[in-house]
Design a protein around this ligand. Structure first.
Ligand code: HMH
Length: 224
């Protein structure tokens, strides 16, 4: 069995909970309150700034030029394709790019990105890829699932979000990352594979916390 399949089975219950989250369901049926999405979009923009850095670190840790090139493409796609979606939504909300970048990260955003950056900086290439994979993979799954709902991808507000994550282009980037992990995991001792499982589980759980954070617009408990 491919290692990615083993990971998938391990986190299935967490991913199912993510897919059923009211924030995700609300994007799918168009009922999500716009102020929740506004909060999410700003936090997700901050998240993606750090997430993009993981691809830069991936290029540093890559063992060959072809892999470096793929990480460079992922970095470019995140900054210029995915984040342009966020900039478009920001425009609709009347938020400038400068305001977006200067926003304060919520505790969950900070915890999630710093966990991944810690793994990426201190761990192996396999650990780095494992930490960033639930993000891409689960969003593509969510995008595809919501795309099946009649009319959802044509929704005047949430349609663009669904189309981005359901897109073939996004799916290809996710698949390349899955394939890289399968290659990297090959021949690794069971002890190391278990460590990868733990990382995959942790970032899958962080995905749930991120939906929760956005749904409840959670910031620090005090304003000072
Ligand atoms: C929190 C989060 N997870 C995954 C993705 C997909 O890139 C994203 N944009 N944000």
């Amino acid at each position: 069995m491919k290692f990615s399949k083993r990971l998938y089975q391990k986190v299935k219950p967490v991913w199912e909970k993510n897919h059923r989250h009211p924030f995700v369901q609300g994007i799918g049926d168009g009922s999500l309150e716009k102020d929740k999405f506004r909060f999410y979009m700003i936090q997700d923009y901050l998240y993606l700034i750090d997430y993009a850095k993981l691809f830069a670190l991936g290029a540093v840790k890559a063992h060959d030029v072809a892999t470096m090139g793929r990480f460079a493409r992922l970095l470019d796609a995140t900054l210029n394709m995915e984040m342009s979606l966020h900039r478009q939504y920001a425009k609709k909300f009347g938020i400038s790019e400068q305001e977006l970048e200067q926003a304060q990260p919520a505790p969950t955003t900070l915890a999630y990105t710093h966990y991944m950056l810690h793994v990426a900086q201190n761990g192996t290439l396999a650990e780095l890829v494992t930490s960033l994979l639930p993000c891409m993979w689960s969003y593509h799954e969510i995008g595809q699932a919501l795309n099946q709902i009649p009319g959802a991808s044509e929704h005047e507000f949430y349609g663009d979000w669904i189309k981005m994550y359901a897109s073939e282009e996004f799916g290809e980037l996710a698949q390349w990352t899955i394939d890289l992990l399968d290659e990297e995991a090959e021949g690794k001792p069971e002890r190391e594979l278990e460590r990868l499982e733990e990382i995959f589980l942790n970032t899958s759980r962080f995905e749930y916390l991120f939906w929760e954070m956005a749904y409840h617009k959670e910031m620090w408990p005090t304003d000072d």
